[in-house]
Design a protein around this ligand. Structure first.
Ligand code: ZN
Length: 448
């Protein structure tokens, strides 16, 4: 099932040619990379840190040599402090690649992959990644989140040509890494619900293949958090495949919509505030996403307690805040460069008058069909919370150093952060947004 999906995904993915996931695949990495990537005669250069060099880098280097590939000296960063995804580090890799004329083989997880992806992209060279942990879904994705002059940007660059993950290596990685991957995969639950809503009104139409790539394995991959926390390599297969398939879905769809919705915006906003950046190891993407995922699942529960089919569309349109009021709200809730960003992004999806009436009426008309799809897609926030905890991931705001009040205050910014349409927008258009947020945090609510 999974390998068939990977095959279908690769057939439409524009940048990745080979995905190899399994137990004990490391010794074959040499021939796989040689055949897929080194036919142009360039030598290979491993990019790793001391930890990932020990975990897999040396084995990949040796496998390349054994396969008759030419290799140059590896670039091995210190293992501690943890390498930071900053543009300087990427430039450093790029210049080593330029000087040696080599094709990069990133051996590591999120940061090493992102740095190498960007460095290779800027040189117009393809590259391979050998993932050492099931920590996020970016292995097979395009673009690299990067800190440039203190601002977090996702810089455009192609996905890797080759992705290899040895499940035994992933299972031996620090337990917080698999817990991070679990958090990033859990996000596909509310993200899928957001996509169902957007699709229903003609925004970001669902592509069946991209949908299946992301969603078909999620429930199963999330079903065994205890086995993951216990380091069972077989349990890793579902999680790793789920993360890889998410990346492929983004390539197929040419957008991150299949793998991310409003839950990711909580994470991005915390990232911009450098939440946990000074922790050791730094607070991961998947940990922040996991808390955002719970917030969104709790919000969806309250949303689905109401009957959208009974919405008074005329009243909702009549009481819709005019754009000037929305803009003033954005200015009061965001700060710095996020204000202009929020205004631009939100204006793209803002409707009022007849256009809003049409959108809301479409939801009302389709609600009998949409509601069961959303219910089938979602998981109760309490259930997901227990699973995140069992996987060793944060399950309460305190676990990532914030309070429930901080989470609550982030709902409006999460709505304003991107033009992507989510349940937060629909709730706002229906006139329910503030009430629903209050319910989530009231006593008896998820955080109450
Ligand atoms: Zn993510």
């Amino acid at each position: 099932m999974t390998s068939e999906l990977i095959r279908l995904g690769l057939a439409r993915a524009t940048e990745t040619d080979v995905v190899e996931v399994g137990r004990g695949v490391l010794p074959r990495a040499g021939t796989i990379i040689r055949d897929a990537l080194l036919a142009d005669g360039r030598p290979a250069m491993i990019v790793a840190d001391e930890r990932t060099w020990a975990a897999a880098g040396k084995a990949v280097h040796d496998a390349l040599v054994a396969a008759g590939a030419s290799v140059v000296d590896p670039l091995v960063f210190p293992g501690h402090p943890v390498l930071y995804a900053s543009y300087d580090n990427s430039e450093y890799i790029r210049e080593r690649l330029r000087g040696t004329g080599a094709t990069a083989v990133a051996v590591g997880s999120g940061t090493i992959n992102d740095l190498t992806k960007l460095a290779s992209g800027e040189l117009g060279r393809r590259y391979a990644v050998v993932g050492t942990a099931a920590s996020m879904d970016g292995y097979s994705g395009f673009g690299a989140p990067m800190s440039v002059d203190g601002v977090k940007l996702t810089m455009a660059c192609p996905a890797p040509a080759v992705v290899i993950i040895d499940l035994d290596v992933a299972a031996a990685a620090p337990p917080t890494m698999v817990a991070s991957g679990y958090g990033d995969l859990a996000a596909k639950i509310p993200a899928g619900a957001d996509w169902i809503l957007a699709d229903a009104v003609g925004l970001d139409p669902i592509d069946p293949l991209a949908w299946n790539l992301v969603q078909s394995g999620v429930a199963e991959a999330l079903a065994r958090p205890e086995a993951l926390a216990a380091g069972d390599p077989d349990a890793y297969a579902g999680l790793v495949s789920g993360l890889i398939l998410s990346g492929l879905a983004m390539q197929v769809y040419q957008d991150t919509r299949p793998a991310s919705g409003a839950e990711h915006y909580f994470s991005h906003l915390w990232e911009l505030r450098h939440l946990g950046a000074d922790w050791d190891p730094p607070l991961s993407h998947g940990f922040k996403v996991g808390i955002g995922t719970l917030a969104m699942c709790a919000f969806y529960e309250r949303f689905l307690e109401r009957d959208l089919a009974g919405l008074d569309v005329d009243a909702a349109v009549a009481s819709r805040a005019p754009w000037e009021a929305i803009e003033a709200d954005i200015r009061s809730r965001l700060s710095g460069p996020l204000i202009e960003n929020g205004i631009t992004q939100t204006k793209e999806k803002y409707l009022n008058g007849p256009a809003l009436r049409h959108r809301l009426q479409t939801f009302v008309d389709r609600w009998p069909n949409l509601r069961p799809r959303l219910e089938a897609q979602l998981v109760p926030a309490r259930t997901l919370q227990a699973r995140l905890a069992a996987a060793g991931a944060p399950s309460r705001p305190e676990d990532i150093g914030v309070t429930p009040a901080d989470v609550k205050a982030l709902f409006p910014p999460a709505m304003y952060y991107r033009s992507r349409y989510t349940v937060l927008d629909l709730a706002s258009e229906a006139g329910w947004f503030d009430e629903l947020v209050d319910e989530v945090f009231a006593s008896g609510g998820f955080y109450g």
